[in-house]
Design a protein around this ligand. Structure first.
Ligand code: SAM
Length: 320
């Protein structure tokens, strides 16, 4: 992966910085003792704690941090083969519209100056992207809308079963076995194989709520992005209208585990999925976490989808 600031990153920066209300600034990382050689961060006041003694949530359960990765892994290995069907049933197909919108809003392969992609295209890293849903859309958009055949996507996921599903699905795309699409097993919290300042666009779609240490993943996103590069996250969020929220919660807590049981024969994994949505920070809290990682927040920083059932968050790595 190239380490120089590319035209693509600058284009992404210009696109988003026009909407930024916050002045450009470099925010110093709050914790100088960030540890990239382990999957958890060393917080100074908790020096004696280990991943096995610190607690985190797994849905509504409190578990030792050290157990979360394998429990989440088991959920996604279990749902991998029915992932598409289940997504369609649970969201009534709306996740496809959200994903289309997410990709359109990022306009991969564009170059703000000329309207055409730069010679080298964009280097995109799609984290937790096992299904390939975002990667294929990115490449379609770059190719068909921006006439850019150089933009490439690395799909990274911690779960080899989810990656295998994505790889299988890629056989039906024009990108199969080309250098525009690659797959990599990686933990978003610690990616030693991805160089500093090497990525133009980092995307994570419906993945980050499953991470053990979300702040570590955001810090890692900041590290790998080029100056001017864009962080973009789509995740389930908080519904804004109290009446709609009540209806939505009743639907998700009763229907989704039941659909999981009937269609995939796995109630527990789908129970976890709805509980993990409930535990994820609000739009404003998550925006602050993105800011804390060092990103400049463009405008309000997030866009609600379907009244806040999901939200798209963006951050830009400052140029200087
Ligand atoms: C709900 S799926 C999302 C898949 C895809 N991005 C989409 O939008 O359809 C969540 C993914 O997050 C992955 N994941 C969970 N924890 C992870 C981590 N720490 N690092 C990388 N991927 C992770 C899971 O393996 C799973 O494939």
């Amino acid at each position: 992966m190239a380490s120089s600031t590319s035209t693509a990153s600058k284009a992404a920066w210009r696109l988003l910085s026009r909407r930024a209300t916050t002045p450009r600034r470099v925010v110093a990382l709050p914790d100088p003792h960030r540890c990239f050689s382990c999957s958890v961060r060393a917080h100074r006041p908790e020096k004696t704690e280990t991943a096995s003694s610190r607690m985190t949530h797994f849905g509504f359960e409190n578990i030792p941090e050290g157990e979360k990765e394998s429990r989440v892994g088991a959920v996604f290995s279990s749902v991998a083969s029915s992932y598409d069907t289940m997504n369609d049933l649970m969201s009534l197909g709306i996740h496809r519209l959200w994903k289309d919108h997410f990709v359109r809003s990022l306009n991969p392969g564009s170059c703000s100056k000329t309207g055409a992609a730069g010679q080298n295209g964009w280097n995109i890293l799609d984290i937790a992207g096992g299904s390939g849903d975002i990667a294929f859309r990115m490449l379609d958009h770059a190719t068909n809308i921006n006439h850019d055949r150089a933009t490439r996507v690395t799909v990274a996921d911690i779960n080899a079963d989810m990656l295998a599903e994505g790889r299988k699905r890629s056989i039906d795309t024009p990108y199969y076995n080309t250098d525009r699409l690659s797959f990599m097993v990686a933990n978003a919290e610690h990616m030693p194989d991805v160089a500093d300042n090497s990525v133009d666009l980092y995307t994570v779609s419906f993945g980050i709520r499953n991470f053990t240490d979300k702040q570590a993943a955001l810090n890692e996103a900041f590290r790998v992005l080029k100056p001017g590069g864009v962080f973009a996250c789509m995740e389930f969020s908080k519904v804004q209208n109290p009446v709609f929220n009540e209806v939505y919660k009743r639907w998700s807590f009763s229907a989704i585990p039941l659909i999981g049981q009937l269609v995939a024969g796995d109630r527990a994994s789908y129970q976890y999925l709805v509980e993990s949505i409930e535990k994820f920070p609000s739009q404003e809290e998550f925006r602050e976490m993105i800011r804390q990682a060092g990103f400049v927040i463009p405008g309000q920083g997030y866009e609600n989808l379907s009244c806040g059932i999901a939200a798209i968050h963006k951050g830009v790595k400052p140029l200087h």
